[in-house]
Design a protein around this ligand. Structure first.
Ligand code: FES
Length: 107
């Protein structure tokens, strides 16, 4: 574990723009997404029921849950369409050299 709770989870070259990758940090399953060159981190597990958002469709900064179709904003975590009502968590991301580090949940 790096300083202040940030932990290396991937390398920048593993996630091209429009790509995503699931990593595990402690007990959390976290989805890394490259949105137009910027890597964001959010919960991989949907807030509605148990589904991996990484198996859904990515469209810019939105991802659609594969199970019931709720869309989430990857950058804010906001649930955009029902049936999900609760946001997913989004996490701090830091790039150090080629390393992608994930930190605490935002907010
Ligand atoms: S599990 Fe994701 S919308 Fe139901």
């Amino acid at each position: 574990m790096a300083e202040s709770g940030f932990v290396k989870v991937a390398e920048v070259g593993e996630i091209s723009p429009g790509d995503m990758k699931v990593v595990e940090v402690g007990e959390d399953q976290i989805l890394l997404v490259n949105v137009e060159g910027n890597i964001h981190a959010c919960d991989d597990i949907c807030s509605h029921a148990y589904a991996s958002l990484s198996e859904g469709d990515l469209n810019g900064d939105e991802i659609e849950c594969p199970l019931h179709g709720s869309a989430f904003n990857i950058i804010t975590g906001e649930a955009l369409t029902p049936p999900a009502e609760d946001s997913i968590r989004v996490f701090e991301v830091r790039i150090e050299g080629q390393d992608v580090l994930v930190g605490p949940a935002k907010g």
